[in-house]
Design a protein around this ligand. Structure first.
Ligand code: HEC
Ligand code: HEC
Ligand code: HEC
Ligand code: HEC
Ligand code: HEC
Length: 402
């Protein structure tokens, strides 16, 4: 939708301008250079590179780095040009190419992935464009390769030096820098600049700053420590039940051990954010639903007994306003206090915490299809199906009441 497109575009621009204000230490300087937007084309590979070493395709890297390749393939970063993005992109590349290119800077960041390139202010077909790479989301090279030079973290023992003369190593070895271990490495794509698009006085995307204000930043726990443990390339987040559980402490208890029919039972369901490094959830698209209902002896839900509480930041589909923001900052708790008259014997309370990671997109894609998604229609339909199937439960319990 138009509004959303202009928004993301403005935000990226602000991000680039804001970047020049960053301080002068070596890591920041490296990151400014490494993430200067738009990324420059890689240029010609060194003459001694084999075809394999010169390739920017993840499968080429995976020949020698198979663990990272198999992790990455199943990750959200590999899916960053999935049907939801690609479906909007086909139409937008014709109707509003500058906005489409702005999306690609986060969703498909290599110069070689963009079908168009700015030439003296005018957009031209990109001579470096590699169509197959374009559909691969954020490839290895998007984070690791600039001008065919490999960049990576220090060795696990902290050392930066090369074990052998670099020209004797595959791809001339690696330039190692601690910048890869820092939250700032992730910031460019996971934080809007201070003057980026905001609603109700809060930036639409604010993950880095939420982290920066948390106890995790004070304790030196970086994004990578939670999202790339043991240097794994999985980036699990709100779409993964175990990852969500790892960040929460959930309890459910009743006010009394037994209630008589006709008494009002009390059930308390508590969700505390104990190991989420930012707001839970950080983005506007997920919804987390705490619920409680009564179930009778036959396993049937007692009609009218369901109550819910939602954790999330709900915004209008055209991003014109924020309806509410009940997200949990680190350390905070959401409580559903459920009071209900117990209708008879053999009654249990069923409590649950259900995560809908793509709640916003279900509505958004429905509207997009109704308005007509043009050439993106089939992909948007597929993205809608995926979004509809995405909810999962992270907690379920039945507590006897009578
Ligand atoms: C022909 C095999 C080969 C290919 C292809 C290859 N690499 Fe490597 N890579 C190596 C070897 C061997 C090392 C170890 C070099 C060293 O110890 O300095 C390495 C090291 C690295 C490191 C540092 C790893 C560490 O131990 O800290 C990164 C990052 C890296 N490669 C990224 C890539 C990326 C990205 C691609 C694809 C664009 C790629 N490599 C393609 C063989 C390969
Ligand atoms: C080039 C831009 C870019 C960089 C750099 C980047 N990300 Fe992402 N990240 C994205 C995009 C785009 C998505 C959304 C992908 C999608 O679902 O289409 C995403 C999604 C995620 C998710 C979401 C998982 C979920 O369940 O939805 C996590 C977690 C994440 N990134 C962590 C990181 C961490 C940690 C770093 C730094 C090591 C990082 N990212 C660096 C662009 C980036
Ligand atoms: C500043 C980086 C950035 C820009 C620019 C950006 N996105 Fe994203 N996008 C993200 C991140 C990060 C996520 C994952 C959000 C999260 O879970 O925190 C995401 C998620 C999404 C998703 C949901 C995941 C999926 O694969 O279906 C869609 C759709 C999407 N973006 C479309 C777009 C479009 C269209 C544009 C351009 C109008 C755009 N984005 C611009 C960073 C960006
Ligand atoms: C979104 C950015 C991003 C992408 C995409 C990415 N990496 Fe990495 N990679 C990192 C970061 C950050 C680290 C350091 C993580 C840490 O030490 O906590 C790293 C570490 C590595 C290492 C060193 C591992 C070790 O055990 O020392 C290798 C090798 C590597 N990446 C290869 C790859 C390959 C191959 C791909 C594609 C299949 C890839 N990376 C995709 C960001 C990325
Ligand atoms: C202390 C551990 C921890 C740290 C540090 C952390 N995260 Fe997370 N992150 C989580 C957990 C747990 C989830 C799953 C729950 C959720 O979605 O909030 C998550 C989810 C996410 C998501 C999914 C989208 C959403 O709406 O929640 C993104 C994107 C993300 N993290 C990015 C980052 C980035 C970028 C950083 C660093 C600035 C970071 N995280 C730091 C634990 C952490």
């Amino acid at each position: 939708m138009r509004l959303r497109l202009r928004v993301a575009c403005a935000a990226t621009l602000a991000l680039l301008l804001g970047a020049s204000a960053v301080g002068a230490d070596a890591i920041q300087e490296f990151l400014l250079r490494h993430w200067r937007q738009p990324l420059a084309p890689q240029g010609s590979p060194p003459a001694r590179f084999s075809t394999l070493e010169a390739s920017l395709h993840p499968e080429a890297c995976g020949t020698c780095h198979p663990t990272q390749l198999s992790d990455w393939r199943a990750s959200v970063h590999a899916a960053a040009t999935g049907p939801g993005v690609a479906g909007q992109m086909v139409e937008m590349l014709e109707s509003d190419p500058p906005s489409a290119l702005a999306c690609l800077r986060c969703h498909a960041p290599l110069a070689e992935q963009a079908p168009l390139v700015a030439d003296n202010g005018a957009l031209q077909p990109n001579p470096e464009h590699d169509g197959a790479l374009g559909a691969r989301g954020i490839p290895c090279a998007g984070c690791h390769v600039r001008g065919h030079e490999r960049f990576g973290p220090p060795r696990r023992d902290g050392s930066l030096a090369s074990a052998a003369p670099r020209e004797t190593l595959p791809h001339n070895g690696v330039t190692r820098t601690p910048a890869f271990l820092k939250s700032e490495f992730c910031r460019g794509c996971h934080q809007f600049a201070p003057d980026g698009f905001s609603l109700n006085g809060k930036l639409l995307q604010n993950t880095y700053d939420e982290w920066k204000a948390s106890r995790f930043a004070r304790q030196g726990v970086q994004c990578q420590d939670c999202h790339m443990p043991d240097r794994r390339h999985r980036w699990r987040g709100i779409h993964d039940a175990d990852m969500v559980r790892s960040g929460l402490t959930i309890t459910a208890r009743t006010g009394a051990t037994r209630y008589r029919a006709g008494n009002t039972a009390l059930v308390t369901l508590r969700v505390t954010s104990t190991r989420v490094g930012h707001a839970f959830p950080t983005y506007v698209t997920p919804r987390v639903v705490l619920s409680a209902e009564l179930v009778d002896g036959a396993g049937q839900v007692v009609a009218g007994s369901r109550q819910e509480k939602v954790i999330g930041r709900e915004v209008a589909l055209d991003l014109s306003r924020e309806a509410f923001d009940t997200r949990l900052l680190p350390g905070r708790t959401a409580t559903l206090e459920y009071r209900m008259k117990v209708p008879g014997p053999g009654i249990r309370a069923r409590v649950a915490v259900v995560v809908e990671p793509d709640a916003f997109y279900v509505g958004f894609f429905e509207v997009l299809l109704r308005q007509g998604a043009a050439r993106g229609e089939a992909q948007i339909r597929q993205a809608l199906e995926t979004a509809r199937r995405s909810p999962f439960s992270v907690f379920e319990r039945e507590l006897p009441l009578s």
